[in-house]
Design a protein around this ligand. Sequence first.
Ligand code: NAD
Ligand code: IPM
Ligand code: MN
Length: 352
Amino acid sequence: MASKQLLVLAGDGIGPEVTGAALSVLDALSRRAGTAVEVKEAVIGGAAIDQTGYPLPEGTLQLVDKASAVLLGAVGGPQWAGGPRPEAGLLNLRRHMKLWANLRPFEIFPGLEDRSPLKNAVGVKGLIIRELTGGAYFGEPQERGGEGDEAWALDTMIYHRYEIERIVRLGFQLAADAGVPLTSIDKANVLESSRLWREMVIELQKEFPGVSVVHRLVDSAAMDMVLHPQEFQVVVTENLFGDILSDLSGGLVGSLGLLGSSSVSGVPGTPGLFEPVHGSAPDIAGKGVANPIGAMLSLAALMRWSWQQPEWAAQVESGVKAVIAKGLRTPDLGGNATTEDVTNEIIKNLGN
Ligand code: NAD
Ligand code: IPM
Ligand code: MN
């Protein structure tokens, strides 16, 4: 496998707008460095359903298997209600690539303090480590039955020990690297799966005597993430809780459009899926005003993790920060810049 074969799955809604912006940045960087990157594109989600009837067609999977990393925009939208679900394409892709860890960093960037709802928006910088291929998202059975008042719907929340062990161990490692406590979030007062989760955290703590652990119940943890976000530096949690709390972190930092993420198998240098935390944003799709920063930070994470190219990643991240500090903002941040304005400015500021 050539070292830099990128597959772009733009998807639906604002997906093509934000991945297009990230690709412009990649193009500028690879030209400057004189390093060729082979970029391929394929369909996923609603766009794939429209074209093939399936949210994750075989042709896309074949390209996924050849890529050294995958950049995804977003999937879903109201036009696909009732039929096959676009979101199933993304879930099946995460499973297919065996990406059990989803890293979702959040940070109030200097210059955006006024966009945070927090009164004291200083020192908010954390990482949510979300388990990505287990829990209620994948548990079987998932089905419907009955009729009328007796109609029922069933989801299954199941975790195996090995699934918990690998994500919690990654949590300990990342907390140890950062020299901060590990916050484990569960619902052990109610859910059996959370009690197994908590047992595993307690067991693994013996391997990491230098890392202190805080166990939190998800309901009060959500409240405290708003009241004392500085305490949530490295968080490890199961799939559904991580989904919800990471959008909350988007609110804390001023916009969901700012968050990038890495879906990985825990081993740097291997292919991963890099996707902004936000969705397809049907309310603004096609208007050219989507915030491209989440997609660009996802691209930076891709460069660092799958391509082991930290100097490229750092250039993207510093370009983003420089443009934020200058005050250029898309409408989600209270400005009137377009996606293209922000992208061009970031390209000018790469490495600044
Ligand atoms: P959403 O994240 O699409 O949008 C929530 C709000 O945030 C909207 O007001 C939107 O305009 C705004 N927003 C999101 N990203 C933005 C950006 N980059 N710039 C500016 N504003 C931005 O969530 P939703 O509306 O609940 O979901 C819409 C669809 O997206 C659903 O079909 C959902 O399943 C899907 N979804 C997909 C992904 C993914 O593909 N990874 C993630 C979340 C939701
Ligand atoms: C996310 C999204 C997905 C999830 C959906 C679209 C399947 O909300 O990446 O956060 O719930 O994981
Ligand atoms: Mn989500």
